[in-house]
Ligand binder design. Structure first.
Ligand code: NIG
Ligand code: FE
Length: 393
């Protein structure tokens, strides 16, 4: 170890969840623990009594430590909000894909600075709630320039960026969906691919059908992008099967699944990403997390933060809902919000605190991670560390 490298020993950890063995759930917590961080990475974890010496010491006073959340699904480049649409929904109106066009109009009319500062506000809120890795999609521009702009702005502030030109057919292409698909898989893809890690399609009634989704996924894959899919959100459909067939990193929503979909996910590397905030905010039935888990599918939880279907960016809130209403155990929910999210982004350096992982973690004002679901709505995140440095709280 070079002399310029500083090691930090964190002591007084009432309960440390490492997920070091990412298969284990309850097994991965250590009581009365300590952790050593060197050069932004986890260098050692274990019982406090056996902790090695370090250059610096930080006493955490009996708090729990968990890996930073990995929010693998969010739409954060937009302007305006749709609070009125939410209010109408709460008094009986249904959610439909068409609401996206309202945000498209507001986003196209906004300056780079407005979009940038909205994104900064949202990412800051996420960090303060324990989220240290964020994925962000385009999808509210829907012109070549506006989609490329959204991805460029997202790239400035988040780690994983997804091209979602196929969010909805914009108003000016009404009755010309085929032409819009040609744009999405042609010139728009060319302009966006340099800024993106993934491509995504909203494969749903009212958005893009199976054939259109296939065309777009095929073109994006040929351009070298990894794939993810908005699948089976508003009803049964081909999305999940397509995600598995194309080897997508993740099939997101998974609200309406039949037996074939569950089997396909369970037999694949595609992560089933559940977005409990959406069902909460659209008053929809929750996805059957238990069936997915019991069948052996790998499940992630993400927020889907967006101005339409779900305007929360709180992973602790989503964990509480997943536990209370989707019958995930607290251990399963925490794993899904950390390791699960990392897997959905094809990352193995975040979402856990095994030796060598990035030292991204949240210190909770609570003796155990169980309090995340046990005390819903309470701001339990005391401090957040990213790359081995305290960044919020
Ligand atoms: O994931 N499903 C598509 N996109 C978003 C909703 C976007 C919106 O309503 O503005 C979602 O729920
Ligand atoms: Fe989404």
């Amino acid at each position: 170890m070079g002399s310029s490298v500083t090691s930090t020993l964190l002591t007084g950890i009432a309960e440390l969840t490492t997920h070091a063995d990412s298969g284990g759930l309850a097994d991965s917590t250590v009581a009365d623990a300590a952790m050593v961080v060197v050069d932004g990475r986890v260098a050692w974890t274990g019982p406090g009594a056996g902790a090695p010496d370090a250059d610096e010491r930080v006493e955490l006073g009996g708090r729990a430590v968990i890996p930073g959340f990995v929010d693998s699904h969010a739409h954060l480049v937009f302007a305006g909000d749709r609070a009125q649409e939410f209010a109408a929904r709460m008094t009986g109106a249904p959610y439909s894909a068409g609401g996206i066009r309202t945000t498209v109009a507001a986003t196209r009319g906004a300056s780079d600075d407005v979009l940038r500062s909205n994104l900064r506000r949202l990412v800051g809120e996420m960090l303060r709630q324990g989220t240290t890795t964020v994925e962000c999609k385009s999808g509210y521009g829907l012109t070549v320039e506006d989609e490329a702009r959204a991805l460029r702005l997202a790239r400035e502030q988040v780690e994983a960026v997804t091209y979602l030109g196929a969010h909805v057919v914009p108003a000016e292409y009404k009755d010309r969906a085929g032409e819009y698909v040609d744009l999405v898989k042609g010139p728009m893809l060319d302009a966006c691919a340099p800024y993106a890690d993934f491509a995504d399609v909203f494969c749903e009634r009212g958005a893009f059908d199976e054939e259109q989704t296939r065309e777009i996924l095929t073109a994006a894959r040929a351009k070298g992008l990894d794939l993810r899919l908005h699948a089976n959100q508003l009803g049964n459909g081909p999305g999940v099967q397509l995600a598995v067939e194309f080897g997508a990193a993740s099939a997101d929503h998974c609200t309406f699944l039949d037996d074939k979909d569950i089997d396909a996910l369970a037999g694949s590397q595609t992560i089933a990403t559940l977005l409990p905030g959406v069902e909460f905010s659209t008053r929809s039935p929750y996805p059957d997390a238990r069936r997915l888990l019991d069948a052996g599918a790998t499940v992630a939880i993400a927020t889907d933060c967006n101005p339409g279907s779900c305007y929360t960016n709180s992973m602790p809130f989503c964990i509480a809902v997943a536990v209370r209403d989707m019958h995930m155990s607290p251990a399963e929910a925490l794993w899904a919000a950390t390791v699960g999210g990392a897997k959905a982004l094809r990352r193995d350096d975040v979402g856990h605190l095994g030796v060598g992982a990035r030292a991204d973690f949240a210190v909770l004002d609570a003796p155990s991670y169980l309090h995340l679901a046990y005390r819903p709505g309470v701001p339990l995140v005391h401090r957040v560390w990213k790359n081995g440095t305290p960044v919020a709280g």
